[in-house]
Design a protein around this ligand. Structure first.
Ligand code: PPS
Length: 313
């Protein structure tokens, strides 16, 4: 990002989104993240048993959440609690018991007393709990190629009330390239976690690899979590986490979870859903050739020397 202070970030935002976001340092956050949470999240008492799924938005968070919860807690047949209620969305007000003007940030009791606690977050590294590095809970970062992640997020902003309205794809892509979308700069998230990928408690996994070999991915995640699965359990989890089965399952599909999943904008006349397409390569329907070339150049510059690369189709 060329300009790094709050003031200059704010100036670069489209006028119509300014009242729907929080600008914290050089990071744009959605309006549901309250300024008074920031410090409390930073100082959260992390437990070594916690599990964190961390992503830039629309990178396969929900997919990973569904995988992890079954690996850890079993398949929980007959359990009708929605997937999103099993997880703490770290920065979302829905999981915060009480906050006051002095900055108290307290997780709701039910959530806090589970063990292991399961956290999902889209926060940029510098806003994450400080203790993540000393208490070393399991941290899973799911990465998705930036073009598909951007397209997916564009659609989600169009339909979800909790996110700002962009004038159209061109404006959205421009903000993406500047690192000014809610939840921050895609490159900042991905490069940070890529550089930490060899730490024992960090798993860096790509959406495209999950698509390519789901069974190998479930196995990789279970090994990372030190949970052994029978062949039958592995088969069942693979079956449960396919795109079609997640879509069909009301306890998993975020469409059926009003509070955290979909809080539709009125303009969602096409009834677009959270689990929209679930494919690699949809970006080709949105990027013009010029936009794609420009983005590739930006990507080349930002990722130079990192060794991080993605599959785009
Ligand atoms: S969020 O709101 O940031 O937590 O969204 P997130 O869950 O990270 O990403 C949503 C996108 O992931 C796709 N998805 C899947 N793809 C393949 N297989 C499975 N099982 C699956 N589950 C979710 C979902 O469809 C969104 O991508 P798009 O491209 O919009 O379809």
């Amino acid at each position: 990002m060329a300009n790094c202070d709050r003031e200059s970030v704010y100036l670069q935002l489209p006028q119509q989104i300014k009242s729907n976001v929080l600008v914290e340092g050089n990071t744009v956050l959605p309006g549901f993240v309250k300024k008074r949470y920031i410090n409390g999240i930073r100082e959260l008492n992390v437990r070594g048993t916690d599990v964190f799924v961390i992503t830039w938005p629309k990178s396969g968070t929900t997919w990973m959440q569904h995988m992890v919860v079954q690996i850890i807690r079993g398949e929980e047949q007959g359990d009708d609690q929605h997937l999103f209620r099993k997880w703490i969305f770290l920065e979302h007000s829905i999981n915060v018991q009480d906050t006051d003007s002095e900055g108290q940030y307290t997780l709701s009791e039910g959530q806090d007393s589970t063990d292991p606690r399961l956290f999902k977050t889209h926060l940029v590294p510098r806003l994450l709990p400080r203790q993540l590095t000393e208490k070393t809970p399991k941290q899973i970062f799911v990465a998705r190629n930036p073009k598909d992640a951007a397209v997916s997020f564009f659609h989600f902003c169009n339909i979800n009330k909790a996110l700002p309205n962009y004038a159209g794809w061109d404006e959205f892509l421009d903000q993406f390239c500047k690192g000014l979308l809610p939840h921050g700069d895609w490159f900042e998230h991905n490069i940070y976690w890529w550089e930490r990928r060899n730490e024992t408690n960090v798993l860096f996994i790509k959406y495209e690899d999950m698509k390519k070999d789901l069974r190998a991915s479930v196995l990789e995640v279970s090994q990372f979590l030190a949970k052994s699965l029978t062949d039958e359990q592995l088969d069942n989890i693979c079956e449960n986490v396919t795109f079609n089965n997640m879509r069909k399952n009301p306890n998993v599909n975020p469409d059926s979870e009003g509070g955290l999943g979909t809080n539709w904008k009125k303009s969602n006349a096409n009834h677009l859903t959270f689990l929209r397409k679930g494919i690699v390569g949809d970006w080709k329907n949105w990027f013009t050739v010029t936009q794609s070339e420009k983005f590739d150049e930006l990507s080349r510059q930002k990722l130079a020397g990192t060794g991080l690369s993605f599959t785009f189709e």
